[in-house]
Design a protein around this ligand. Structure first.
Ligand code: ATP
Ligand code: MG
Length: 245
């Protein structure tokens, strides 16, 4: 569905992406794990047109595009909530800009607030709630549209273990319910092993894919599964090697 080929991006002297290739299948859950600062967010920013690439091609359903733009929903690493809007208004903003039916959008947003454990906080301002709640609000805003592809940059990183586990289950449920693709970044290898159909392990700068694991199989999974324990240890070793390179 999405294929990028030979994409390069530099910031001044820093080469972040050099001839980077990636394919994302339809209806899959693809997860990227890699060292901090290796270029993961930059890749998402290039894909969505937040920053411009120097070279390379992005293909969406076979069609070459400068970037995905509105074809995907993107939850950035930084929650980007507007401080003077309530949580609900923040979640509704993209629907408003897109000229959607606001009554319908509001019903949908309230349902997502409930599912993400934010009911009762709809009228709070971002400055009045915790980092984890802001992150969930940004997730509501991203899930408001059922795009073919949703890009999530560490969507659960600010959450406690219990909330995180329940939102991991919710992401699985939403993906099977809407039958869409998710491309997600996480630092948490266990999270990747629980959720992904495919895990891609990334190198340091310039970013390359150094390992690829196909995990297609039944979900929910259990981390006590021997196969997953082996992959986890392998990935941790691989990342350690990469960091000491
Ligand atoms: N807008 C920018 N201007 C200049 N340098 C940038 C910019 N965005 C990213 N960088 C640099 O590019 C490199 C990759 O950053 P990026 O944010 O993509 O890493 P990341 O893999 O998402 O890291 P993390 O896991 O910590 O979020 C870093 O060295 C960063 O300083
Ligand atoms: Mg990042």
């Amino acid at each position: 569905m999405l294929r990028i080929s030979g994409v390069s991006k530099r910031f001044g002297d820093l080469s972040v992406l050099e001839n980077f290739d990636l394919s994302v299948p339809r209806k899959g859950f693809t997860i990227l794990v890699g060292p901090s600062g290796c270029g993961k967010s930059t890749l998402f920013n290039v894909l969505t047109g937040v920053v411009t690439k120097e070279s390379g091609n992005i293909y969406w359903l076979g069609e070459r595009l400068p970037h995905l733009g509105k074809k995907s929903a993107y939850m950035q690493q930084n929650d980007l909530l507007l401080p003077w809007f309530s949580m609900l208004d923040n979640a509704l903003l993209p629907a408003k800009i897109a000229g959607e039916d606001m009554a319908k959008s509001k019903t949908k947003a309230l349902g997502l607030f409930r599912r993400l454990g934010l009911d009762g906080f709809e009228n709070y301002l971002p400055g009045e709630i915790s980092g984890g709640m802001r992150q969930r609000c940004a997730l509501v805003r991203t899930l408001m549209f059922e795009h073919e592809l949703t890009l999530l940059d560490e969507p659960l990183s600010a959450l406690d273990a219990i909330t995180r586990t329940s939102l991991q289950s919710l992401l699985l449920l939403l993906q099977s319910e809407f039958n869409k693709s998710i491309l997600m970044i996480t630092h948490d290898i266990e999270e990747a092993l629980l959720l992904a159909d495919e895990v891609l392990v990334l190198s340091r700068l310039p970013m390359r894919i150094i390992e690829r694991f196909d995990l297609s199989g039944s979900k929910p999974r259990r981390l006590s599964d021997r196969h997953l324990i082996e992959i986890k240890e392998y990935v941790l070793n691989r990342l350690q090697q990469e960091l000491s390179r």
